[in-house]
Design a protein around this ligand. Sequence first.
Ligand code: FAS
Ligand code: PHB
Length: 393
Amino acid sequence: MRCRVAIVGAGPAGLLLAHLLDAAGIESVLIERQSAEHVASRIRAGILESGTVDLLRRAGLGDRLDEEGMEHRGIYLQWPGERHHLDFVNLAGRSVWVYGQTEVTKDLMAARRRAEQAAYYNASDVEVHDADTERPSVTFIDEAGDAQRIKAEIVAGCDGYHGPSKQAVPQAVRHTWERNYPFAWLGILADVAPSSNELIYAWHPDGFALHSMRSHSVGRFYLQVAPDEDIAEWSDDRIWHNLATRFALDGWKLDTGTITEKSVLPMRSFVTTPMRRGRLFLAGDAAHIVPPTGAKGLNLAVADVALLSRAIADLLLRKDSRAADAYCETALNRVWRCTHFSWWMTTMLHRHGDDFDAELQLSQLRRIVDSPSAATELAQNYAGLPIPLSTLD
Ligand code: FAS
Ligand code: PHB
């Protein structure tokens, strides 16, 4: 089988790339290891930058987002006895939106079905070949057990942290940075109306806690735990008790409800370069992972894909390779900015080290609340940098 672009991975990066290429009249094929149901059921990110929202709207994917999403002016920063609001609209001129990645993925999958473009789910033994040539290809076993080879002009590796695409970049030229943090997040979904109108990021001696949400009736909460935490040790009561302790504030109460999902998420920073090798381009978690404290992971994947969609369209439709040749450098500039911000938020808010470290963290938090320039720096990074030009521009 031949196609113009073979996309490995049908998470948000792969699905959005397929959608943006379709908008430019470029056909693609998606090859995904999991079932469509599995992909659509994943619970992951919750915050969309306004740049991401604007792009989704312009791509015709904004209807449900506008109906069900929740626009937030900012976040709260908390430490024992104090909770302060940071207003991103006043500080940085833009808001953020609460609309789960699960919903974004469902919207993208529906758009893919409407476009009637090929997608192989439940693919196994996926491998990228000849990335260094003008004739790259992807081989795999399809869900019927038949061997397939897709010959393409471009291969996009959108297969996340564990995907095979990055392996197609020769080890000798690959450079990887990785930082595993000495803590993890215990995340829960609960059928309970949020106890706050916007997200609360709380520093506490017992550990970090985050009050997020998915709707006016579903709360999303995270607790800092040990990296090897056994979720079986965490009863619902123990989770709610720890959340109430870490968010405690005079005159405020945390409402509780039925916990419908709980999981432990590892915390790591990871970057691999180059993000391009010949006709293979990496985007999203295939090239970088950030700790979710800065709400960057999904938004960074969207920015990669906007940039990549334009580079592929220039290359295939206009024989102009400038954007493709600059893809790696341009993408990495934003990757490292988001990697630094996510590392900074994570090391500022999570308990690790000794009491000296704790005093440094509290001093940093007070500085943000007391200094408009410090608050503006956080707001500009959290609310997001402008999204690169895509095939929609
Ligand atoms: P994804 O990992 O979403 O998608 C990659 C796709 O490739 C998957 O569908 C996978 O099945 C497929 N794949 C893998 N190997 C393959 C193979 N061999 N062949 C074919 N397909 C293959 N970000 C936030 O901002 N906030 C959060 O709270 C947050 N929570 C997260 C929780 C978890 C458990 C994880 C893993 C990530 C979380 N993230 C969060 C980051 C997350 O949202 C990612 O940034 C986002 O999913 C990136 O999208 P993709 O690059 O498409 O990668
Ligand atoms: C979420 O709602 O899942 C979420 C929100 C903000 C973060 C991380 C996760 O920083």
